[in-house]
Write a protein that binds this ligand. Structure first.
Ligand code: N01
Length: 501
């Protein structure tokens, strides 16, 4: 057993706190940069994979792109004049994070191939154990472990018997050529819609298995010209202006309205989606198959400029009959029809309630996080759990995930967490975490507010918990921004090390 510990950490003082960052995706890289800026030099990032990037490392399916405009889906302090399109493709985003991590000195702090399996608060410090048997200790843990990272495989009879190639959208098998093949895609979420649009011209036949239709918002994706990119390089304030404008438009025209199902703006969004369907799909029978029966934005809104074109190609077929089972040569639907396939893509989403798990997290008094979360994950203001001092989540449970830039969310959360850390650095406290009272108040108010959101208007989606209640931040983004400005210290339990419970 080895111990991954810097010499400084052995004699940690308040001015020399040690931070263990779990995950080297967007939020982990950000945490490292912000800790450095705040003067904390003793930190390490543990990454289970052999490459940074999180979501953008794992999702490499054809057509992958971010549905948040590139100049907004960038760190505010590291704008990128090179974005090729309004919505950047996944490979560019991956390259961006690699570049930022290198330029900000984070890359050298990442320990690759290091999966944290256990994290326990012992004697006032966090001790972590890794799958390879090594350990480390630190004063703080920042869990930057992502949201959509455990692929959900569908429970369909016979899936394992399929003789062709089959893989999840988040585990794309690039060894498999699609050229001229009969390809089936299960699912109609953002991943499936992008995949279908990207591969339809390459494959021989494309069959999309739709259980529930999706509203599609039109989203033009123009390329930035060389002149524009040169302009961004020479005048970074032009990128700042785009970022500010997109942020304003997203906040006012989208994020803020989703939390009020009665908002008239939602009606406009709905009408835009209806018009998109009416204007784009010629065949009335196909149009009706593609028409959802719920309100637009109840499920996460899918943005696409080319999906309706793709599904109307002569080699594309939409199957709405329920899947009966998968057989050796394809998918059999309930009407008895066998859809013969060479490749089957499972664009069936993610287990979204996992967060830091399967890592075992043990807090004060041997409290087990898995037990605390047995009825579903939660965190005060989406970042702190009572009984788990000096342990913070980024993009954790109840974060704003409704079509907003998760980078913006994480930046606000990081700035807030650093203010709590400051309580320890300044000597005001040794341990800080949300109080039980604050947590219960937050959770009760959150659940009440969730009922009024568009996500609660009568559809099934990954936004809902096992009781059917939306889990995402149910208030406006303005409120989130406001809450993140400064912690209300009364909501936190501050303790001296070793003080009685
Ligand atoms: O997953 P999803 P996703 N039989 O959960 C269907 C982000 N993202 O990977 O609707 C048949 O949305 C399921 O059907 P139904 C974004 O936040 C962003 O597409 O439950 N079908 C649904 O159609 C997004 O929301 C980007 O009836 C089955 C689909 O699979 C989130 O990731 C790109 C089934 C799952 O859709 C997740 O998107 C990609 C079964 N047994 C992803 N099981 C961008 O930035 C499931 N389904 C653009």
């Amino acid at each position: 057993m080895t111990t991954e510990q810097s010499p400084a950490s052995a004699t940690s003082t308040r001015g020399d706190l040690r931070f263990l960052i779990i995950g080297a995706g967007m939020a982990g890289i950000l945490s490292a940069i912000k800790l450095s800026e705040a003067g904390f030099g003793d930190y390490v990032l543990y990454e289970k994979a052999d490459r940074l990037g999180g979501t953008w490392r794992e999702n490499t399916y054809p057509g992958i792109a971010c549905d948040v405009p590139s100049h907004f889906y960038s760190y505010s302090f590291a704008l990128n004049p090179q974005w090729s399109h309004r919505f950047a493709p996944g490979s560019e985003i991956q390259a961006y994070f690699e570049d930022v991590a290198r330029r900000y000195g984070v890359a050298s702090r990442i320990r690759y191939g290091k999966q944290v399996t256990r994290c326990a608060f012992e004697d006032g410090r966090w001790k972590i154990e890794l799958a390879d048997g090594s350990t480390d200790t630190g004063d703080f843990v920042i869990a930057a472990t992502g949201v959509l990272h455990h692929p959900a495989y569908p429970d369909i009879e016979g899936l394992g018997s399929f003789q062709g190639a089959s893989f999840h959208s988040a585990r794309w098998n690039h060894e498999v050529s699609l050229a001229g093949k009969r390809v089936g895609v299960i699912g109609t979420g953002s991943s499936a819609i992008q995949i279908v649009s990207a591969i339809v011209d390459e494959v021989g036949e494309l069959t999309l298995f739709q259980r529930t239709p999706q509203w599609i918002a039109p989203a033009a994706n123009p390329a930035y010209s060389d002149e524009e990119k040169t302009g961004f390089r020479k005048r970074p304030e032009a990128m700042q202006a785009i970022r500010a404008e997109v942020s304003r438009a997203f906040t006012q025209g989208f994020a803020n309205v989703l939390v009020d199902a009665e908002s008239p703006v939602l009606k406009l969004i709905h009408d835009t989606c209806v018009m998109n369907l009416e204007n784009s799909v010629k065949d009335p029978a196909l149009r009706e198959k593609l028409r959802p029966s719920y309100r637009a934005a109840c499920k996460r809104l899918v943005m696409s400029e080319d999906f309706y074109d793709a599904i109307q190609r002569p080699n594309a077929k939409l199957v709405t009959e329920a899947i009966e089972r998968v057989e050796q040569s394809g998918v059999r639907t309930r009407d008895g029809c066998l859809h013969e396939l060479d490749v089957l893509v499972l664009a069936t989403g993610f287990h979204v309630d996992r967060f830091v798990r399967p890592m075992q997290v043990i807090g004060r008094n041997a409290t087990v996080l898995d037990q605390v979360w047995k009825n579903g994950p939660f965190a005060h203001l989406a970042l702190s759990v009572p009984g788990f001092p000096n342990f913070f989540l980024l993009n954790g449970p109840n974060s704003p995930v409704g079509n907003f830039s998760l980078i913006d969310v994480a930046e606000l959360q990081c700035a807030y967490i650093l203010q709590l850390v400051e309580q320890v650095r300044s000597g005001a406290s040794d341990e800080v975490c949300a109080s039980q009272v604050a947590m219960e108040r937050f959770d009760a108010e959150r659940k009440q507010a969730a009922k009024a959101t568009i996500w609660n208007s009568g559809c099934k989606s990954w936004y809902l918990d096992r009781n059917g209640l939306p889990t995402a931040w149910p208030w406006t983004f303005d409120r989130f921004r406001h809450e993140m400005r400064e912690p209300q210290l009364d909501d936190y339990e501050m303790r001296r090390r070793g003080a009685p419970a």
